[in-house]
Design a protein around this ligand. Structure first.
Ligand SMILES: N[C@@H](CCC(=O)N[C@@H](CS)C(=O)NCC(=O)O)C(=O)O
Length: 213
């Protein structure tokens, strides 16, 4: 199994956490996003979307999209489970994960920011304001939802880490990297503190990766 990774990618960070929780150690390849390696001919031949992460499974299957990769890992390596057993609980966890992965993260992706700046000509300040705005809109809704829902426990769902926490931790790291104040999100930061006490989360952090700069 080979993971195409980049230390600062929050989508790849999700997959690294899942691999660590499962105790699976893949071969690694590093795709330097700042140098546009994701748009090289070789990489696009494997993944026409030009995004990381990508996982090439042992049978040669090329898997893309962090959530699909994580669900593959959960099915191939069932322990510990990353989704609860009951259908409504699974849907809740997926809903939280998708809130982050579909409604926050894509708005702040490198190619979107590059388009804003290089094609639409927005200033650095306007680009940063866009970044902060969409993170705050997303985190505010997630904070409200998790704070009032009794299904929230030590983690986003109950007392064990799930797909939801796997998405939350990289998104908060991303917000912090952009100097966004996370103090208005006490439930999210409480859950983050519980998660980053676990070696699987610690070892997946951007600064700990071999390609970290
Ligand atoms: N929905 C995708 C998002 C993947 C994604 O946006 N990856 C970013 C890094 S976090 C990327 O490769 N960006 C390269 C670019 O924008 O050119 C997933 O969950 O895997």
């Amino acid at each position: 199994m080979k993971l195409y990774d980049y230390f600062r990618s929050s989508a790849a960070y999700r997959v690294r956490i899942a691999l660590n929780l499962k105790g699976v150690v893949p071969e690694r390849a590093f795709v330097h996003l700042r140098r546009n390696a994701q748009r090289s001919e070789d990489y696009l031949a494997l993944n026409p979307q030009g995004l990381v992460p990508m996982l090439v499974a042992d049978d040669g299957a090329v898997l893309t999209q962090s959530l699909a990769i994580i669900e593959y890992l959960d099915e191939a390596y069932p322990a510990p489970p990353l989704l609860p057993a009951a259908p409504t609980e699974r849907a809740r966890v997926r809903g939280i994960a998708l809130e982050i992965a579909c409604d926050i993260h894509p708005l702040n992706n490198l190619r979107v920011l590059q388009y804003l700046k290089n094609t639409l000509g927005v200033s650095e300040e306007q680009k940063d304001a866009w970044y902060k705005y969409w993170i705050d809109v997303g985190l505010e809704a997630l904070e409200t939802r998790l704070a009032r829902d009794p299904a929230t426990g030590r983690f986003c769902h109950g007392d064990a880490p799930t797909l939801a926490d796997i998405c939350l931790v990289p998104q908060l790291a991303n917000a912090r990297r952009m100097n966004i104040d996370v103090a208005p999100y006490p439930t999210l930061t409480r859950i983050e503190a519980a998660a980053i006490a676990l070696p699987a989360f610690v070892d997946a952090a951007p600064a700990k990766q071999p390609d970290a700069e």
